[in-house]
Design a protein around this ligand. Structure first.
Ligand code: GSH
Length: 227
């Protein structure tokens, strides 16, 4: 039994075809934008199924795909991936012709900063955005220490090379770049020169621009999430 979409919905069923298809369950007002950017970088055909907040995201059918009731979710034939950073790494490995997976020389930095962004950066930024940061006494108990430590570390990381794992753009830049760019846009990261320069480099990618235009157009069609 496989998870396969059917007529705009999703269900557990039997695959009708041997051809693997890429289906992104997403919403244009979400981190699903990062997954679409990665799909545009890869260049393989894909389909986007929009999942509305609350109702569809928490439906029994969708929870079978993603028990967190969140977007995005990527279904590729018999494979199902959630977590944006994992989706980026999965697509880079699955489509080696896109040359977005790390070389041996890049691997250490690639994993290091991909995981740093999905763990410490994500936690530090979201906690800070709701007004909380570990105190000096508490910071040893949190994997990210505190917001200032994360910002300092990330600032240094993005300024070591042109891209996060070296002189070449990789899938880690899709995820780290989106985190930095969104942080600048929403004011959840400081607008320092290093973040601005790095965000400028990665967001100028043709695939990033295409993905943004596609999701912007979709968000206009759908209206804001609460509508
Ligand atoms: N850790 C997840 C986070 C996904 C996430 O939080 N998605 C938000 C949208 S940006 C969501 O679906 N929220 C709806 C909800 O939780 O009800 C990932 O990286 O994919």
């Amino acid at each position: 039994m496989l998870l396969t979409p059917s007529e705009g919905q999703w269900q557990v069923g039997r695959m009708q075809t041997d051809t693997p298809t890429l289906i992104l369950y997403s919403n244009p007002w979400s981190r699903g934008r990062i997954a679409r950017w990665m799909l545009e970088e890869v260049g393989a055909p894909y389909e986007v199924k929009t999942v509305t907040y609350a109702k569809e995201m928490k439906s029994a059918e969708y929870l079978e795909l993603n028990p967190m009731g969140k977007v995005p979710t990527l279904v590729h034939g018999t494979s199902l991936v959630t977590e944006v950073a994992a989706i980026c790494a999965y697509l880079a490995d699955t489509f080696p012709e896109a040359a977005l997976a790390p070389t041996d020389a890049e691997r250490a930095s690639y994993y290091r900063w991909l995981f740093f962004a999905a763990g410490p950066v994500e936690a530090a930024v979201s906690n800070k955005s709701v007004g909380w940061d570990p105190s000096d006494e508490q910071r040893g108990r949190f994997g990210y220490g505190n917001f200032a430590a994360v910002v300092e570390t990330l600032t240094h990381a993005v300024s070591q090379h042109e891209f996060i794992a070296g002189p070449r753009f990789t899938a880690a830049d899709v995820y780290v770049g989106a985190q930095v760019s969104w942080g600048l846009q929403f004011g959840t990261l400081p607008k320092n020169d290093q973040f601005k320069a790095y965000a400028g480099r990665v967001m100028a990618r043709p695939a990033a621009i295409r993905a943004r235009e596609l999701d912007d157009a979709l968000s206009v069609t759908l209206g804001p999430p609460s509508a």
